[in-house]
Design a protein around this ligand. Structure first.
Ligand SMILES: Cc1cc2nc3c(=O)[nH]c(=O)nc-3n(C[C@H](O)[C@H](O)[C@H](O)COP(=O)(O)OP(=O)(O)OC[C@H]3O[C@@H](n4cnc5c(N)ncnc54)[C@H](O)[C@@H]3O)c2cc1C
Length: 385
């Protein structure tokens, strides 16, 4: 990266930090308590163009890359907030951008970029198909100018706070397929006034606005099919590297927040007549977690650079997600241990962030599957699936 590019990324980071100052811990604590959605925060990020950085300029976005997208999500999490409220727009938009028809992109992307439409929902997981995406059962059957969708989705986040959802559904029965990675298709679903969709909120250990979806003869215009019928799983796979790098960025932001909290508290809290941070049993775990975060950050930076240069980056993207998720969890534990009992007090925000950061090793993709990718695809060992 040139000096000018580095300065540009730093100025974006500074803008995000400035926005986040107006949304302190209390804002997120209060929302956590009532399971509310950070509407004002998301509106402000949208207004300042932070959620459309990955959308090309011809569709009204900033046309930037994952270096900038990752920096934005990282800074939100580092400030003590939770980027999950709005990360999906960055995760999922690429499916539409890379594989959608010109007509579909022109119809939706400028409105997503301007904030008139929110693309915050991604409907893949089902009760019987999480990691094993090719076993999806929700069907989309062509009927004239429409597809009729029936089935159930699970854990789908932000549906109640989004106008659009990218949906993955089965268009060819599993048993009829020779290649099991085919037969699934992606759609842009306009959630406004959609008939036949029942959305039921789920109560999870943190505030992600996740829902179970029940589709009962839901009509989707055939024009909303993304790309070719039957190729949807391939399109989703195509978006995985970006998703992994963005998840890594969120985990890193959380991790740096924990390190900052832990080192400040360790330097000021006095027990037995001296700051607890003078004890190596307290200090070293924080220093170790910080070192692991820095290592993960370097791999994330490398992965994002490669991605933006359109170079292969599967290994780096997967490793950055794995390392960042592990390092943020290590930092979370070091922070909670440093706070002792006070860490369980909601006023410190430690327990909230502790719950939130635990997600990164499980979703949107489990670290086990990331390890399987590294073991099988990078190192060439035998496959487990
Ligand atoms: C808060 C939250 C928000 C979410 N939001 C969304 C969303 O918006 N949209 C969406 O589509 N999904 C969403 N999900 C779902 C998420 O993507 C899945 O939870 C994730 O993909 C894992 O699937 P699963 O939970 O069904 O686990 P399963 O697939 O049931 O797996 C269970 C465990 O077995 C392990 N395992 C399975 N097979 C192997 C193997 N071969 N080798 C090693 N380990 C294996 C897995 O790694 C995992 O640990 C969300 C989940 C959560 C918790």
């Amino acid at each position: 990266m040139t000096t000018g590019e580095k300065e540009h990324v730093e100025s974006i980071r500074q803008n995000v930090r400035d926005i986040c100052k107006n949304f302190p811990g209390k804002y997120w604590r209060d929302l956590d308590e009532v399971r509310g959605y950070p509407t004002e925060f998301v509106n402000e990020l949208t207004r300042l163009g932070m959620l459309s950085v990955l959308i090309p300029e011809e569709y009204g976005g900033a046309g930037l890359g994952l270096v900038e997208g990752g920096a934005i999500l990282e800074e939100i999490c580092k400030s003590g907030g939770n980027a999950a409220a709005c990360h999906a727009q960055m995760y999922t938009m690429g499916v539409l951008l890379r594989h959608g028809s010109d007509e579909l992109k022109r119809r939706y992307l400028p409105q997503v970029a301007s904030g008139d439409l929110r693309l915050q929902a991604f409907g893949v997981t089902e009760p019987d198909a999480g990691s094993e995406t090719t076993k999806l059962r929700t069907t989309a059957v062509r009927n004239g100018d429409n597809y009729i969708v029936n089935g159930q989705k699970m854990f789908i986040s932000r549906v109640q706070h989004s106008d659009l959802m990218i949906l993955l559904a089965r268009t060819t029965p599993y048993d009829e397929l020779e290649d099991k990675t085919k037969g699934l298709s992606c759609f842009v679903v306009d959630l406004r006034d959609l008939k036949g969709l029942d959305v039921r909120p789920l109560k999870l250990m943190f505030n992600h606005h996740s829902t179970a979806l029940f589709f009962d003869n839901v009509d989707i215009p055939a024009a909303n099919l993304i790309g070719e019928e039957g190729m949807g799983f391939r399109y989703i796979i195509d978006s995985w590297n970006a998703e992994r790098i963005l998840v890594a960025s969120e985990a890193l932001g959380d991790g740096y927040w924990f390190i900052d909290k832990a080192s400040s508290y360790a330097s000021t809290r006095e027990v037995f007549g001296r700051p607890i941070g003078a004890n190596q049993g307290v200090q070293f775990p924080i220093a170790l977690a910080y070192s692991h975060l820095e290592a993960a950050r370097m791999v994330r930076d490398r992965a994002a650079d490669l991605f933006d240069a359109e170079q292969p980056c599967g290994a780096e993207a997967n490793m950055s997600k794995l390392l960042a998720a592990d390092a943020s969890w290590e930092a979370a534990n070091a922070c909670l241990n440093t706070y002792g009992g006070a860490g369980f007090d909601t006023e410190t925000d430690v327990e909230r962030k502790f719950r939130e950061t635990r997600l990164w090793s499980i979703a949107p993709v489990n670290n086990n599957l990331v390890l399987a990718f590294i073991g099988q695809r990078v190192l060439g060992m035998p496959r487990s699936y």
